[in-house]
Design a protein around this ligand. Structure first.
Ligand SMILES: [Fe+2]
Ligand SMILES: [Fe+2]
Length: 215
């Protein structure tokens, strides 16, 4: 008699195997070296770690290529500190830096292309639509980390760096943060976003009230 196959279990096993093939420590050490000394405000190394965790949560549920997704998550912002010096977006610089590094640690050309493409389209403000599942998940995870309690903390950290204060934070919240939920690509991320969005909305409304910023 043929044994019935538990497809869910098999899928889980395949995924954990794929995950163990990912040289997370090596990639994380590289991202850490760059971002710990150069990352400022909202774009520090811990942001990349949270984006990785969110990507894994969404990616495992949607059957994404975790080897590609892990690298894209950890490396997506490594070019940010060099934007001014190089005069181009970090979505391009991070991709270029990742390409060289991933080649050195044994990623094949298809995987590298997948990582670079996901990073290229991760910034919703550039208006580029992700072309792959991994790209959509990275973009969603990046947005999720700009929402909720962490989103509030990161925005205030950014407002302190740029010196824009409470008014700057509130404007940023209305212009960007409170629009993020409606811009998500995946249902899994939308589900994770609901509570974060509500908390953000309540915080901004309360801050406006207390700071007496009303039209
Ligand atoms: Fe970014
Ligand atoms: Fe980011």
């Amino acid at each position: 008699m043929v044994e019935p196959v538990d497809f869910a279990k098999e899928r889980e096993k395949a995924m954990s195997c794929e995950k163990s093939m990912f040289p997370e420590k090596m990639v994380d050490a590289y991202a850490r070296r760059i971002l710990e000394s150069n990352g400022k405000g909202a774009h520090t190394h811990d942001h990349s770690r949270r984006v990785l965790r969110l990507c894994m949560e969404v990616g495992q549920k949607l059957g994404a290529n975790l080897r590609v997704l892990c690298a894209a998550a950890l490396l997506h912002d490594i070019g940010r500190p060099f934007e001014r010096e190089l005069g181009k977006s970090h979505s391009v610089i991070s991709g270029e830096m990742s390409r060289e590094f991933l080649k050195d640690i044994g990623y094949n050309e298809d995987e590298i292309q997948g990582v670079v493409e996901a990073i290229r389209t991760h910034r919703f403000s550039e208006g580029l639509e992700p072309t792959s599942l991994e790209g959509k998940i990275l973009s969603d995870a990046d947005k999720l980390d700009a929402m909720g309690a962490v989103g509030v903390f990161r925005s205030i950290a950014q407002a302190s760096v740029s010196g824009t204060g409470i008014t700057g934070f509130i404007n940023h919240a209305y212009e960007k943060l409170l629009k993020l939920r409606s811009l998500l690509y995946t249902d899994v991320a939308r589900h994770l976003a609901d509570e974060r969005h509500e908390l953000l909305k309540k915080f901004v409304e309360r801050l406006r009230e207390e700071a007496s910023i009303v039209e």
